[in-house]
Every structure is written in C-alpha cells, then in structure tokens.
Design a protein around this ligand. Structure first.
Ligand SMILES: NC(=O)c1ccc[n+]([C@@H]2O[C@H](COP(=O)([O-])OP(=O)(O)OC[C@H]3O[C@@H](n4cnc5c(N)ncnc54)[C@H](OP(=O)(O)O)[C@@H]3O)[C@@H](O)[C@H]2O)c1
Length: 332
C-alpha cells in the first residue's frame, strides 16, 4: 500500500533484494495511480486502487500511505485475514499493537492481533545505537537533536529540495510548498505539527515510542527535531546518562556486536557516520563516541541511518521476515 511513494518504492526493491518469497504481489495506491504498472520479480504488476476488498486473499500488507489511509483500511484488511504492518503513526501507541524493531523486541510480535506498527524513523535509528548501550549500562535519560533528511517527508519533498537547489544555481527562487520555509541551504527546526507545550509531535515520538519499544516506562527524553537539506539518511546527536559507569571500550564493543549497527568511529582518520555514506545501507552507524561532560555516567554519540530503510521499508520487511520465522503471520 503506497507503492508509488518514497517508502513504497524502497519496499519493492528490498523485497526483491532480500529474496522475500512473494507468490503474488498486489501493488496498491490511490485512484490517481490505478492502472499504472510496477516491475517486480521480472514481471509487471498492475497498480490497483486501495479499497477494502483489495486485501482479500493476501497473507499480509505493508501500509505506507499515511495515517488517515491506515485508519480507514487497516482493520478492513485484518477482517479479510490479512496481517498489516503499518508505517504510519496511527496505531503505534495502542496497547494491543506491537511496536517493533526486530533486533530489539521481536518477541513483541507474538502477541499481535493483526496490526503491527513500524516505529517513527528517528526513534528507530536512535534506538539502534542506544539499545546495546542500554543493555550494557542501563539507560536513564537522553538528549537528542535530529538532522532529518527530506525523503522522510516523502517523494514530493525530495522534488522540492531538488527544484530549489536547481533554481538557486540559476539565481532564481522557487517558493516552498511542502515545507513552511525554503529547505535548500537552510535548516528548519520544525518537524510535524506543534503541540501546546512547544514540542512537536515528532519530538514526543522519541519519548513515547522509545519507552514502548525498550519496555522502559521511566525513560526520560528531550528531543529537538530539525529538517536539513539532505536527500536521504537521518543523523542524530545524543547525550545519554546511564545507571552504571560507562566503559568506552565496552561501549564500542557492544555497539559493533549489535545486529544492524556498526561502529564507525576514528577521529585520527576523520571517520564518523555521514548521511551520504549511510543512504542505501542496511546498518546504522555510530561514531563520535566520547564520555559526556554534562552527565554522570554519560556518553555522547552520533548516529546515522537510512530512514527510508531502517526507519521504514527495511524494518517493515524485517518484521514480515520475523513473523514468518516465528510462525506468527496469522492471528492465532
Ligand atoms: N519517508 C520516510 O522516511 C518514512 C519513514 C517512516 C514512516 N513513513 C510513513 O510512511 C508513509 C508513506 O510515506 P512516504 O514518504 O512514502 O510518502 P509519499 O512519498 O508521499 O507516498 C505516499 C503514498 O501513499 C499513496 N496514497 C496517498 N493517498 C492514498 C489513498 N487515499 N489511498 C491509497 N494510497 C494513497 C500515494 O499514492 P499515489 O501516488 O496514488 O498518490 C503514495 O504511494 C507515511 O505514513 C509516512 O509517515 C515514512
């Protein structure tokens, strides 16, 4: 669902690349795209309009078409025997919906009732770096600042950055449509809508989704989310405080041993994770590791990850793979 979108296109590529055993593909989008075609597995498949009956006979659906479409159609799909993996924020905080990063809490899949939520992209990437440290030292609280790529907003936002850069080179201007301000050669400290207390919804996802995924109800988090003129891959600067003293050598080892995460950290060779290096990469990279000068038992770090992949399409495919491996594709 949402096959023509930024995430949908990556889903097709990953299902193929990871040799997911697909007998029938049913590409779904809005009525605008119905009748068009996508290539997959050496065949062309006709895009259909997403309606309740479009899910009949399917084992599972990956939804990437926004929250309102998920709210309208996810339960319809489940009623027709189809397990839904949802990329939107519509169901993430519902208690009967598992919110899953397979490397962290795959066991939560076993209790699913038909809908499984894929986490917010910045939260998933932050936790890929923080989880091994949490297991080693006990995470108490952290401060996060994000540097979020435009593909996190979707295909239209990627076109907006491209158009504005080209206009700038020609000495022309191209007014913003997707973002409230020009994104080319700028940074916008505003991702998602503002709440009454001054935080944005995106910033609060790091706290609420982080607590749910880690099973850590007392975790404290403050986040500032910033959109940057990068096409693909989010970066996050984090200062974290732990229950126990942090040993840097142990921190480096547990990060590197954690599946889906790698250490990319060598100041002497100017080595640290950057979006250009982590776009189109399955692993998230952690670097700039140092004892934090603010917190007791503190560590500062920098994480990069492809949010179209680990923050959306790859994580969704990994959830599907884990469901199959655990024999939990169907509701029992
Ligand atoms: N981009 C990311 O990095 C990212 C990360 C995590 C989660 N997500 C979530 O994933 C979802 C998709 O994001 P995206 O970035 O791929 O957006 P996008 O590039 O704007 O694509 C949106 C997709 O939704 C389809 N769609 C729109 N209205 C529809 C409707 N009424 N019925 C059926 N399909 C409809 C569009 O189809 P048409 O072409 O026919 O309009 C298109 O395929 C969103 O919920 C987003 O929050 C995105």
């Amino acid at each position: 669902m949402g096959v023509t979108g930024a995430v949908g296109q990556e889903l097709l590529a990953l299902l193929s690349q990871r040799k997911f055993p697909v007998a029938e593909l049913r590409p779904l989008a809005s009525a605008r795209s119905a009748g068009g075609k996508v290539s997959f597995g050496g065949k062309d498949w006709v895009i259909q309009e997403a309606t309740p009956d479009a899910f009949a006979g399917l084992d599972f659906a990956i939804f990437s078409a926004g929250g309102s479409v998920s709210l309208a159609l996810a339960h319809e799909a489940v009623k027709r025997g189809c397990t839904v993996i949802d990329n939107s924020s519509a169901f993430r905080m519902q208690t009967d919906v598992p919110l899953v990063v397979p490397e962290i809490n795959a066991e939560a899949l076993d209790a699913h009732r038909g809908i499984i939520a894929n986490p917010n992209c910045s939260t998933a990437i932050a936790l890929m770096g923080l989880t091994p440290l949490h297991r080693a030292f006990g995470l108490k609280r952290f401060v996060a600042s994000t540097y979020q790529a435009v593909s996190g907003t979707g295909a239209e936002a990627m076109r907006e950055l491209d158009t504005q850069v080209r206009a700038w080179v020609k000495g022309e201007s191209s007014p913003p449509k997707v973002y409230p301000h020009t994104i080319a050669f700028n940074v916008i400290p505003h991702v998602d809508s503002f709440l009454e207390d001054g935080y944005t919804k995106e910033e609060m996802k790091m706290l609420h989704e982080g607590r749910k995924i880690l099973g850590h109800p007392t975790l404290r988090v403050t986040t500032t989310c910033v959109r940057v003129p990068v096409f693909r891959a989010h970066s996050i600067a984090i200062s974290a405080e732990f229950e126990r003293p942090v040993d840097l050598a142990v921190a480096r080892r547990v990060i590197n041993e954690f599946p889906g995460t790698e250490l990319c950290d060598n100041p002497s060779t100017k080595t640290y994770p950057m979006p250009l290096d982590y776009a189109g990469k399955e692993k998230c990279g952690v670097g700039r590791l140092r004892k934090d000068s603010l917190f007791d038992n503190g560590l500062s770090l920098w994480i990069c990850g492809d949010q179209l992949w680990k923050g959306a399409a790859l994580n969704a495919v990994q959830i599907a793979e884990a469901l199959v491996a655990r024999g939990k594709l169907r509701i029992t």
